[in-house]
Design a protein around this ligand. Structure first.
Ligand SMILES: Cc1cc2nc3c(=O)[nH]c(=O)nc-3n(C[C@H](O)[C@H](O)[C@H](O)COP(=O)(O)OP(=O)(O)OC[C@H]3O[C@@H](n4cnc5c(N)ncnc54)[C@H](O)[C@@H]3O)c2cc1C
Length: 339
């Protein structure tokens, strides 16, 4: 099998969880990352790397070529009896990696079960759920920088991980991630603080749950809570929670005492709930043709079947405008909008 396969005029509906029926003129599937420098040398415009397309919105047919990693091997790097290091290909499906690790009794990724996407994308927004962010398990990220032609083994500190943020997110075309090395542990600390997680464990497991039991509980909670993209197209949380100066938050709370407010990244800022702002603006369950806001989730925009990227973005625009009109706060899309 060749290192790279080139496909033409590709239908993308299956390659984005929103289920938008865009087309790409060219899609390159990479099975061996050794071929990455030569592939990038062919491009006049920066390509779009797609994983599972669970954090992108195809607002139109992408004008750039697409690249998809299909390298999905797990390589054992070291095992000292407690800590096990795995290097994993960018094309590995994230949830499969989590299930592979918990099946071997390894702690580290169990709270992150059932997050859609690929290993190559997991460092980009430092995926997180149920009280854990993936940076807690990442040893290093192997990446190619097309601008300089250099390969890097970026350490955890180099990656500048923060809440839903990283070095990679600051400039999305700077690095191409080809594999990620994880630290996993046989004697781990179960992290069960997140609301509802402990209750979802089997009774006998609440004190010393295995990683498998925690992952299974997370999967059960997520299945019950979130619309499944294979049934109803969506990109998870469509809007970021806005961060505002403390004074702005205080003025809003004076007007809307029931408004949820969380600590921001510093004492001078506060994080507001985009879901609450959208719900209060009357959008939960709203539907414009096949584009809608999920009935149970103000933060999740859904494709009921044949919504185009433009339909989804028009609805998003109307929601952002109406929240701004009512609360004076501009919310922004969370996924990468591609046109
Ligand atoms: C139902 C649902 C629930 C979700 N729940 C969560 C959650 O709980 N927590 C959370 O953090 N996120 C969540 N997400 C968001 C999403 O799962 C993550 O952002 C995920 O990491 C995206 O992976 P992907 O492979 O689909 O990336 P894509 O959507 O394909 O790409 C996302 C970005 O990463 C870039 N990219 C992808 N692969 C590479 C690579 N190898 N090298 C360089 N750049 C790359 C793309 O160019 C793009 O900018 C959810 C999404 C959905 C649909």
């Amino acid at each position: 099998m060749s290192a790279i396969e080139r496909l033409e005029d590709v239908e993308l509906r299956q390659l984005n969880t929103m289920g938008i029926a865009a087309r790409a003129a060219e899609l390159f599937e990479v099975r061996d990352p050794v071929a990455v420098p030569a592939l990038w040398a062919r491009f006049d415009t920066a390509p779009l790397v797609v994983g599972s397309g669970s954090n992108i919105v195809l607002a139109a047919d992408p004008r750039m070529p697409l690249v998809r990693f299909r390298n999905a091997d797990i390589e054992l790097i070291s095992d000292d009896g407690d800590r096990v290091q795995w290097r994993v290909g960018a094309g590995k499906i994230w949830h499969e990696l989590v299930m592979d690790s918990v099946a071997q009794g390894l702690f580290g990724l169990e709270n992150l079960a059932y997050i859609p996407g690929t290993v190559g994308a997991c460092p980009i927004q430092n995926i997180g759920a149920y009280g854990v962010e993936v940076n807690s398990a990442i040893e290093s990220v192997h990446a190619f920088e097309p601008r300089t032609g250099e390969w890097y083994h970026l350490s955890n500190a180099d990656c500048e991980f923060a809440y839903r943020d990283s070095l990679f997110k600051q400039d999305l075309s700077r690095f191409v991630i080809t594999d990620v090395t994880f630290n996993l542990y046989r004697r781990g600390e179960p992290r069960l603080d997140y609301a509802g997680l402990r209750d979802a464990l089997p009774d006998a497991a609440t004190l010393t749950p295995t990683p498998q039991q925690i992952a299974d509980a997370v999967v059960a909670i997520r299945k019950a809570k979130l619309p499944d993209p294979t049934v109803l197209g969506n990109a998870g949380s469509f809007f970021k929670n806005p961060i505002v100066p403390l004074q702005v938050a205080d003025a809003l709370v004076a007007q809307y005492p029931q408004m949820p407010v969380f600590r921001g990244s510093s004492d001078a800022t506060r994080k507001l709930s985009a879901a609450w702002l959208i719900d209060q603006s009357g959008w939960k369950g709203h539907r414009d043709g096949d584009a809608g806001v999920a009935p149970g989730h103000a933060l999740v925009l859904v494709n009921y079947g044949n919504a185009s990227g433009a339909d989804i973005m028009n609805l998003a625009q109307r929601i952002m405008d109406s929240v701004e009109q009512r609360f004076g706060i501009r919310i922004e899309p969370e996924p990468r909008v591609v046109s």
